[in-house]
Design a binder for this molecule. Structure first.
Ligand code: CLF
Ligand code: SF4
Length: 440
């Protein structure tokens, strides 16, 4: 009896692999759709610029149009009519799906309720996996990708400047160790539940290239079944830490060598397209630019570069970026155009964090304060501050405002000069994303 059950289980798993275009190269006749419902992220990778899609699954420098769960389900239905071969619904960003568990689960549930013959697929950095793996399984997710770049915290501290866990922003070795522990525990839990776990590893020369074989060995031991060693794509114009620091991408022969080393323990994927968080179609044949009723491109990247940009700064001293977002009672606002930087009137706001509760408190009062604060920052594209809680971070991103603590304790005028230079480069070159990485 046990043997029969095992036999049936293996046959079922085999069928799930053979009909998923990422898990099997031979499944190229099937298409997938990514639904971009997850804007926020709970970690920072040095190869990621948070203005763009999660580079753990996507080509950096590409922006996906964010959707609500309802919009995403409507999009899936439209795509399924146009591309009946669509067999996989994936959530892969633009941030981390499990840093946005409500939208992710709601979307998956709604798609599953349509009762089409489908695979539900999620790609995550793994930090929150342990907390949500049962929900994912319950909703029908059988294909799961975790990006694990290392299992050594010394290496991890060169890849992740911070990790936001248990209401704290962790840095250095502690951040990396926390992430690694959570990824490996999440992987084991998912594999124990029978999920088909694929591991993505971003190959970074001089950082983790000597280490991929150790990663492959460990993830195999914990139950992963497929390994995707992806080349780092780092260009200065992507605005990522690695891009700006001149970290190079691996060569073809380095990728081949890493796959061969990792292949000693794990089956290797070699047909990954590093696709976008709103990709549609068969792998390598993305075709979603003509899917919107209004004729606009779902790529969201064909727009002309913005002529101006507004940056809000939280500063207690008036000189440094030295204030916690939740403690600010006013923000300095600057307008960036090709002509230069012009200071605008300050925006007075009601202080978000009153000290008695965590900034991530989700009470109605806090939600109302956040909504008032967001109205006060209307028109701002970016907020610079010394610290910010995960809740406010996510709310700002959901309203199209990009928060950043990258410049904490730095001089406002120096930071604005950096941001202005970046703005001018993008304006003259076109958006980063329209230059590179368009796959549709
Ligand atoms: Fe999407 Fe990822 Fe699922 Fe595939 S993509 S969530 S496993 S359905 Fe595929 Fe695209 Fe490579 Fe990802 S080609 S980036 S591996
Ligand atoms: Fe960016 Fe993805 Fe890393 Fe988050 S997990 S920082 S979205 S690459």
């Amino acid at each position: 009896m046990w043997r029969t059950q095992m036999g049936e289980l293996l046959a079922t798993q085999q069928a799930k692999i053979e009909t998923h275009p990422c898990y099997s190269k031979q499944a190229h006749q099937y298409a997938r759709i990514h639904l971009p419902v997850a804007p926020a992220c709970n970690i920072q990778c040095n190869y990621c610029n948070r203005k763009f899609d999660c580079s753990n699954e996507s080509r950096p420098g590409v922006v996906s149009k964010l959707m609500s769960p309802a919009e995403a389900v409507a999009r899936y239905q439209k795509v399924k009519m146009r591309i009946p071969e669509t067999r996989v619904v994936g959530i892969a960003g633009p941030g981390d799906p499990l840093a946005n568990p409500k939208s992710t689960i709601a979307t998956l549930k709604a798609v599953a309720a349509l009762q089409h013959e489908l695979h539900l697929c999620v790609s995550t950095n793994g930090l929150n996996l342990l907390d949500h793996v049962d929900d994912l399984k319950a909703v029908g997710v059988d294909h799961l990708t975790i990006t694990i770049n290392c299992i050594d915290a010394d290496i991890g501290s060169k890849i992740y400047p911070w990790v936001y866990f248990n209401h704290k922003r962790l840095r250095g070795r502690v951040a990396a160790q926390t992430l690694i522990d959570r990824q490996l525990a999440g992987l084991k839990a998912a594999a124990d539940l029978g999920m088909l776990v694929k591991i993505n590893t971003v190959l970074i020369p001089g950082v983790n290239d000597h280490h991929v074989a150790a990663v492959a060995q460990e993830v195999k031991r914990l139950g992963a079944m497929l390994h995707n060693v992806m080349p780092l794509i780092a260009e200065a114009e992507h605005g990522t830490y690695f891009g700006l620091m001149g970290q190079r991408s691996p060569t073809e022969s380095e990728i081949a060598a890493a796959r061969e080393a990792a292949g000693q323990s794990m089956e290797q994927m070699s047909h990954c397209q590093q696709c976008r968080a709103d990709a549609v179609g068969k792998l390598g044949q993305d075709c979603h630019a003509d899917l919107d009723d209004d004729g606009s491109s779902a790529c969201g990247t064909s727009a002309l570069p913005a002529a101006e940009r507004y940056i809000a700064v939280a500063s207690q001293s008036g000189v440094l970026i030295d204030q916690h977002f939740g403690h600010a009672t006013h923000f300095q606002v600057y307008q960036l155009t090709q002509a230069g930087i012009v200071r605008q009137p300050d925006r007075d706001v009601d202080q978000y964090c009153l000290g008695s509760t965590e900034c991530d408190d989700e009470s109605l009062n806090q939600q109302q304060r956040m909504s008032t604060l967001i109205s006060s920052l209307e028109g701002c594209d970016q907020v610079l501050c010394s610290r910010i809680g995960m809740g406010p971070w996510q709310s700002l991103e959901q309203h199209g405002v990009t928060p950043s603590t990258d410049y904490a304790m730095q001089a406002i005028d120096e930071v604005l000069a950096i941001e202005w230079q970046r703005f001018c480069e993008n304006s003259t070159q076109g958006t980063v994303s329209s230059e590179i990485g368009e796959v549709c």
